[in-house]
Write a protein that binds this ligand. Structure first.
Ligand code: NAP
Length: 177
């Protein structure tokens, strides 16, 4: 069982700019359309847990639904998901440990954790096992932060780094317990 973060971040640690915009993330020199290893990563996970804000952002994308695994959206305010997503997306709420346990019982053991506040909540409870962070060489200055406050430091072991497109670096870390 593993809870895994896979995310793109600016040099100064933001995952969206101050206007909730991701242009800086997608505007890479990528003529051959490399997915930077995303499909290989997705093959490893059983399901995705994302925050409501990330779910709403993805609904606004002008593309097909990007996931081939079940998505569980954390929300205390949404009552239902739009019908078009009803076979792909379920709403969840409650204690993160309970949610992860219930999903594991359903066979969803390796979880992709997505969304700033969501990742921070998992980290606050030391529930993240792996961090895969692709750093984009842009300093945004403000926006949605990847990391937030913790009760105590969490140490990770650096496993490897891969450079893509001559401009971004994907670092892979595993929690050192
Ligand atoms: N750079 C990247 O690769 C990347 C990846 C993902 C997202 N993003 C960007 O990040 C932004 C979204 O991140 P975000 O930090 O605003 O929020 P988020 O984590 O996507 O969503 C937060 C919301 O999730 C719900 N929630 C319920 N229980 C929660 C819990 N225990 N912990 C945390 N959230 C819980 C709450 O919604 P309710 O108010 O409904 O209860 C909360 O407001 C978007 O702009 C998105 O585009 C970027």
């Amino acid at each position: 069982m593993a809870n895994i973060v896979y995310i793109g971040a600016s040099l100064d640690g933001f995952i969206a700019d101050k206007n909730n915009c991701l242009d800086w993330l997608h505007d890479l020199p990528n003529p051959e359309g490399s997915d930077l290893g995303f499909a290989d990563f997705m093959a490893r996970v059983d399901a995705i847990i994302m925050g409501r804000n990330t779910f709403e952002t993805i609904q606004g994308f002008d593309c097909e639904w990007p996931y081939n695994k079940p998505v569980f959206v954390l929300s205390n305010t949404l009552k239902e998901v739009p019908k078009v997503f009803s076979d792909k997306v379920s709403l969840v709420r409650g204690e993160l440990t309970d949610i992860a346990e219930q999903l594991a019982q359903q066979g969803f053991k390796n979880l992709y954790i997505d969304g700033g506040k969501t990742i921070q909540s998992f980290l606050q409870q030391d529930l993240i096992d792996e961090l895969i962070i692709t750093t984009i060489p842009t300093i945004l200055g403000s926006g949605t932060p990847l990391f937030g406050e913790l009760n105590e430091p969490l140490k990770f072991r650096h496993v490897n780094a891969v450079r893509y497109l001559d401009c971004v670096v994907k670092n892979y870390y595993v929690r050192q317990r």
